[in-house]
Design a protein around this ligand. Structure first.
Ligand code: MG
Ligand code: ZN
Length: 187
């Protein structure tokens, strides 16, 4: 079984842009590919997990999410790095698109995407990390016995200013580059 680092997408790998629904609005942070490559080389599976409630809200086309993830994969591969899997939650309980307007077990902090990835990729969640700019990115880690890291990019500074009593980050760091360095120091 492999250890994994689960990465949020918006505000973590690419800039937070509200409901990202067009490729020309997607802006990579300059260190993202380097950080992913460092995690690859240390033997971690790198898996993207992203809440995409914009699908249930009728703002984001589901086909665009696949297109965006192919674009991210290509950009990462061009830099000599690799993302082992992409998972997204299209649901939102009060959404307007009927097929996605429901409660689910995959919207972070629910751990459904991590459990699916663990089954697909043979991952040891207890030895894994989840990284993101929202408290639910930390909470999804602790829900499966992994460690969660909050970033100050995206919406992270606002989150840091509103601590959640039941969500305990293993670390709070400036950005994905710092998170990768912190994870590699734990070994
Ligand atoms: Mg985010
Ligand atoms: Zn879901």
């Amino acid at each position: 079984m492999r250890r994994a680092v689960f990465l949020d997408r918006d505000g973590t790998i690419v800039e937070e842009a509200g409901y990202l629904e067009r490729l020309d609005r997607m802006v990579f942070y300059p260190y993202s590919v380097d950080a992913i490559r460092a995690l690859n080389r240390a033997g971690f599976a790198v898996v993207v997990i992203t809440n995409q409630a914009g699908i249930a809200r009728g703002i984001v086309r589901e086909s665009f999410v696949g297109e965006a993830h192919r674009h991210i994969a290509a950009r990462v591969e061009a830099g000599g790095a690799r993302i082992d899997g992409f998972y997204y939650c299209p649901h939102y309980a009060t959404g307007t698109v009927k097929e996605f307007a429901r409660d689910c077990d995959c919207r972070k902090p629910q751990p459904g995407m991590l459990r699916k990835a663990a089954a697909d990729l043979d991952l040891d969640l207890s030895q894994s990390f989840a990284v993101g700019d929202r408290w639910h990115d930390v909470g999804v880690a602790t829900a499966v016995g992994a460690r969660g890291i909050l970033l100050r990019t995206g919406l992270g500074r606002r989150e840091e200013a509103s601590p959640q009593p039941d969500v305990r980050p293993a670390a709070i760091v400036d950005d994905l580059a710092a998170a990768a360095a912190w994870i590699l120091e734990q070994r």
